[in-house]
Design a binder for this molecule. Sequence first.
Ligand SMILES: [Zn+2]
Length: 508
Amino acid sequence: MIYNEIQNLLKTTTAILIFISFPLFVFSQNPMLPLEKNGYQKLTSYAELTTFIKELDSKSDLVKVEKIGHSVEWRDLYALMFSATEFGRDSSKIKVLVFAQQHGNEQSGKEGALLLAQTLLKPENRYLFDKIDFALVPQMNPDGSEANKRRNANGMDLNRNHLILTEPETFALHAFFDKYLFEVTVDVHEYSPYSEAWKKYGYRKNSDITIGGTTNVNVSKTIRKFSDENYLPYILKYLNDRNFSSFEYCPGGPPEIDYIRHSTFDINDGRQSFGIQNTFSFIQEGMNGKDDSIENIRRRAEGQMTGMRGMLEYVYLHKDKIKEIVTDGRKKLIAGIPGEEISIQSEHVRNGKKLNIPLLSYFSGKDSVVTVNDYRPVVKTLYNVKKPVGYLIPGDRQEVAAWAANQSLKLTLFKDTGVYKIESYLINRVDSIDFEGDIVANPEAVAMKFPITIKDNQCYFLSTAQLKGNMIVLALEPKSMLGLATYPKFAGLLNGWESFPILRVIEK
Ligand SMILES: [Zn+2]
């Protein structure tokens, strides 16, 4: 009898222990999301974000928090490093980087990223990290986020700063990328469909999530083709199957008032700056709140999370193929192919296709499909240059040398061994050219015929045989519509009737 009673007591105790420990177990695996703690009534502050991710770090062996830099107001920028082993150690794995909230008023990117971090720690998602080392930067612009403003505390648009890297936030992200050379990147944003122009038009965009790849024609064709034909259909369907409406990233419009295109081909944003290094690179945009950033935040965060999670599942399934096309593309950049054509002026053009775009009617309140005639899905080259062996930056152009150092480019002091020819451009006059609705400088640059000799150690030599080789050409050619000279900080490079200070080193 006593024995049975003890047995029963033990059973009950075990049951009670299981009952008590179960919720504790769940809690210890998954700290509560700040957004949920706040009842979805208040956005996650920088302080709450910091506490939450440190809690994740302390409670899971799968994730470690790394500081990758700081903001203008000296807030830390964090990366959550998910790996089943040591991050970046196993070269058979694929490295993925997702970064969110470069624009401080696009809050669902950050909230979705935090939700993703929480979700990934569930045991059923652990398999992903057998093949993937995943770095997640949930908040690129903490200063902007705290003020709910687009720009950083210097008033700079971070997503136009990835070429010149003058801001601590973009500098930190690229230094972090350079350290691991991620094969896949996704830049997470929001779009706002509520402008007056669209209201007048009577319809607005209404997709929960849009996704776009790279369009700069200097990015590996294989990567662009695989992105458009394989990844995009997968991820758009993945989102639809989970009840989030989705569409390819299509800025522009309203239809027939302004043309509709895909991604910019500029390389100063989050996706193209990595794309130009032959990364499998994308933008994801969720729909912003209508009246304020908190509106509908739960669903917006879930949509963003679902897009990021779908991407990880896709990368898991196609790891070898993605690694192959990225490795091939990067090998070509690092080898450097002098004489290869590099497109430095382009435009968006039609290809005869019409776009059927899903829109919400302001009149009926119903979803409709509108056919767009002025749809320009193709980026066409207007002007090519032959890739030089490298460029010479005169020693007195310290701002350009500092830029190259910020981009972690390989710079050496130049000694003329007579192997190469040095070429200089005379800027005859400076016209302008339309670039996606903006006006940028279009100089008439004539290669001068007379031979140039450079004394030893007077110039820095910047080889184009490196991962950022195509970016270097786009940055330093005087006629490049994406070049350094189009930024106020470097406008002094272009003066009419003078020679362009950056010299080209070409094969004899
Ligand atoms: Zn944005």
